[in-house]
Design a protein around this ligand. Structure first.
Ligand code: AMP
Ligand code: MG
Length: 355
């Protein structure tokens, strides 16, 4: 999901493969603190680049990739052997530590967002065809009928999931329910890799998981990372603005990524109506220390729409800042980012105050 482009970090521009970095570093000389190691690979249906600096960088990048690939195997709805697919086939079951954590976070967000974030959305994703997007064309794509949507909506109700965090068990209250952690998986993946790298002694790293960005520390020269927010057009590399960060996740949800061919219908669905969200927002970017939260909230706020999303931000239950890009090319930026966000030419910026 190429929602964000990294600029000035260079990793989007000329990625260095893991193999090359490994052979370079095998020479018997000390690795400097600003030596950089990168790997670019495909996982979770998107292109990812992970970069780490310093003597532990090479091993950290290899372990980071392994961790992401492990999570993909666990959480992919597209693979029959994943834990999620088995849960969906059996109406629940025992959870691994990762899935247990994610189920807890997802259900907490379900409560806090009053149902805007709902992992039991999967039957609707399938009805719309998002489980077989690579097979869809303008000719064969079919928009579901109101009747089909109404029928499928009966299965979408995270309140009917029974979750026991202590025992690590999930059970589905309605036959045919199915869950999909796609709205928080990448943020959890980046959070996990950042933690792993920090534990290894890495102090500077940057992850770009298909446009979902998370940074560890600052750049090796002590300056902030600059993360570009993509202008919402499929395949576009135009930047709507840039946010400067350290030790943060910057995660965007937009209406322009996964789309049903030949239509405007995209992959973020309102669990109350069963239709792809259409509320005047083009994208929502969440900036937070916690990657899982940033990812879950970017999806949630997009579903809520700007007015409700701003009330949620003002309530202050969760610690985050956000950038809302509307159809009329205005960027609404919460006040915590007032100093660190720069809009591109042609985009108007409005600061949203807490009170
Ligand atoms: P993101 O790009 O993080 O906003 O996540 C979009 C993905 O989240 C979709 O591909 C679905 O897998 C899932 N999803 C879509 N709508 C919702 C929703 N209302 N609540 C939770 N997950 C959703
Ligand atoms: Mg998300």
């Amino acid at each position: 999901m190429a929602l964000l482009l990294l600029i000035q970090s260079g990793c989007g521009a000329s990625p260095v493969s893991g193999e090359k970095a490994a052979s370079e570093s095998s020479a018997a000389r000390p690795v400097s603190d600003d030596a950089r190691f990168d790997d670019t690979f495909l996982s979770m249906d998107t292109v990812m680049t992970i970069s780490a600096f310093g003597p532990q960088g090479e091993e950290a990048v290899a372990k980071g990739r392994e961790r992401i690939e492990g999570l993909n195997e666990l959480l992919s709805t597209g693979s029959e052997t994943s834990e999620v697919s088995k849960l969906n086939a059996n109406g629940g079951g025992s959870l691994s530590a990762d899935t247990n954590f994610l189920a807890g976070e997802a259900l907490r967000l379900y409560e806090e967002t009053e149902g805007a974030f709902d992992i039991s959305i999967y039957p609707l994703m399938k009805l719309w065809g998002f489980d077989r997007l690579d097979e869809l064309t303008e000719e064969n794509a079919v928009i579901p009928t109101d009747e089909e949507i109404r029928e499928t909506l009966r299965l979408v109700d995270a309140g009917s999931l029974s979750f026991d965090r202590e025992k690590g068990e999930l059970s589905y209250g309605i036959p045919g329910m199915a869950v999909d952690f796609g709205g928080i998986t990448k943020g959890y993946a980046s959070d996990s890799v950042i933690r792993l790298m920090r534990d290894m002694g890495v102090s500077s790293a940057l992850l770009n998981l298909g446009g979902n960005v998370q940074a560890l520390g600052k750049k090796p020269d002590g300056s902030l990372w600059k993360v570009g927010i993509q202008y919402p057009e499929p395949g576009s590399s135009k930047i709507a603005g840039v946010v400067s960060i350290s030790d943060c996740a910057v995660i965007t949800s937009g209406d322009y990524e996964r789309m049903i061919p030949g239509t405007e219908y995209h992959h973020i669905i309102d669990p109350k109506t069963g239709w792809p969200v259409e509320n005047g927002l083009r994208s929502v970017t969440v900036v937070a220390k916690d990657g899982t939260l940033a990812d879950g909230l970017s999806t949630s706020l997009f579903v809520m729409g700007m007015e409700e999303a701003l009330s949620f931000w003002r309530e202050g239950t969760e610690d985050f800042e956000a950038v809302f890009l509307t159809e009329d090319q205005t960027l609404y930026v919460t006040e915590g980012l007032a100093e660190s966000f720069t809009p591109s030419e042609g985009f108007e910026m409005k600061i949203i105050r807490k009170s």
